[in-house]
Design a protein around this ligand. Structure first.
Ligand code: HEM
Length: 392
């Protein structure tokens, strides 16, 4: 029986949160399954293994949580992200209603108009801060308005969402510091963001309406409301920021995109592949199972390292290069299978709208300052100041 390599590498140091790619490359070299001794997790770091796990929910279950810390996993059991069919199917079908492509088409004109305005305003100035001034704009205006939580909820959303993400790693200092904001968010979801106090036409209110029709248990609604807030903001904000940072670093790729707008969907995929905002989730084996010839016992928690799989040279030649002609539509930055990101059409729409308008005006981005985000569940930049050169 092959021995499983073990590593005491820490994926949660500040350095590893900023740049995990060397660690990922080491894990991929060590073997298809590596035991991470600090967290008693079995890391899957190669593309085929991660994709295989995502395509087999019966064996790789989400129902015992998809995070690292056992306490957080126990607490969040049963939310959409942390459930298996048939319970998951019922919740996801209600949650996903306003996010279906035909509903996203209805909000497209509004998002495109807002994108045009914000880009025009910022480009006129010649330099701006990408995270707060560009990338946060659509998620914080249009998306939070569609969720319909009102002013107090909107003002706190980013702080609450970042706190929840910070609890998705081990029970370290970052997670402890996030505790009070997480409690505040949970309390807000249960007591304030309830019918009568939220926009009756918003997505959150539609969850309660579905519960009233008997489509879901009503006590699931507060946690499902969190599903519209936690995964929808920072992920998209990071994805937009990461894309701009990559285009600043690779001006030839920006020129290509400006010359041929049909490359925009591929550029979005390529930037998500190379800089995946959600580096990992986990699953628990429901039975003894072999992964690329390595047997693991039932009950093992496996970490699916999406951000590593997306840079696996077994699947993507020259994986560290940003190449928008690569067309990597099979990347795993949105996950895959039963839990594939339910908001991906919305995220793509927001990114497309901004890139289209930027391509009308900007010929080159130049980075003035960048600061990495340090968060246990997310990866990317916290600040990115750019100067832009514009077409005459
Ligand atoms: C570029 C932006 C985004 C990225 C990179 C991203 C990433 C992901 C990933 C990796 C998963 C899979 C979870 C798993 O494997 O268990 C996921 C699921 C999910 N995403 Fe996204 N996401 C993004 C945008 C959004 C948006 C805009 C929304 C909502 C409006 C959203 C809502 C969700 C929800 C609710 C789930 C859980 C689905 C389920 O468990 O069935 N995401 N996302």
């Amino acid at each position: 029986m092959p021995e499983i390599p073990s590593s005491d590498v820490d994926l949660y140091t500040e350095e590893a949160r900023i740049d995990p790619y060397e660690i990922y490359a080491d894990l991929r070299r060590l073997g298809p399954v590596v035991h991470l001794s600090r967290y008693d997790l079995y890391a899957l770091s190669r593309y085929d293994d991660v994709r295989g796990a995502l395509s087999d929910w019966q064996t790789f279950s989400s129902a015992r949580g998809v995070f690292v810390d056992p306490e957080v996993n126990a607490r969040l059991e049963g939310i959409t992200l942390c459930s298996d069919p048939p319970e998951h199917t019922a919740m996801r079908s209600v949650l996903g209603r306003p996010l279906r492509p035909e509903r996203i088409r209805e909000v497209t004109p509004r998002i495109e108009a807002e994108a045009a305005q914000v880009v025009e305003r910022l480009v006129e100035r010649g330099r701006f801060e990408v995270v707060t001034e560009l990338a946060e704009y659509l998620p914080m205006t249009v998306v939070s308005d569609l969720v319909g939580l009102g002013d107090h909820g909107q003002a706190k959303m980013l702080e609450w969402a970042a706190a929840i993400w910070n609890t998705q790693g081990p029970a370290d200092e970052r997670a402890a510091a996030a505790g009070p904001a997480v409690e505040e968010f949970m309390d807000y979801a249960a007591t304030t963001a309830v019918p009568g106090r939220i926009d009756p036409d918003g997505w959150a209110a539609q969850l309660y309406a579905a519960a009233d029709r008997g489509e879901l248990p009503r006590d699931k609604c507060p946690m499902m409301m969190l599903d519209y807030v936690t995964p929808s903001l920072d992920t998209t904000i990071l994805a937009i920021t990461n894309a701009i940072a990559l285009f600043a670093e690779y001006p030839d790729q920006w020129r290509l995109l400006c010359e041929d707008r049909s490359l925009i969907p591929h550029a979005i995929n390529e930037s998500l592949r190379l800089e995946s905002p959600v580096p990992q989730f986990s699953r628990v084996l429901t039975e003894d199972h072999e992964i690329s010839g390595v047997p693991l016992p039932s009950g093992s928690r496996v970490a699916l390292l999406y951000a590593s799989a997306n840079r696996d040279d077994r699947h993507y030649p020259d994986p560290d290069r940003f190449d928008i002609t690569r067309r990597p539509s099979d990347h795993l930055a949105f996950g895959r299978g039963e839990h594939v990101c339910v908001g991906l059409h919305l995220a793509r729409l927001e990114m497309t709208a901004l890139l289209e308008r930027l391509a009308d005006r900007v010929t080159r981005f130049e980075v003035q300052h960048r600061r990495p985000l340090i968060n246990n569940g997310l990866r990317g930049l916290d600040r990115l100041e750019v100067a832009v050169r514009t077409s005459p």
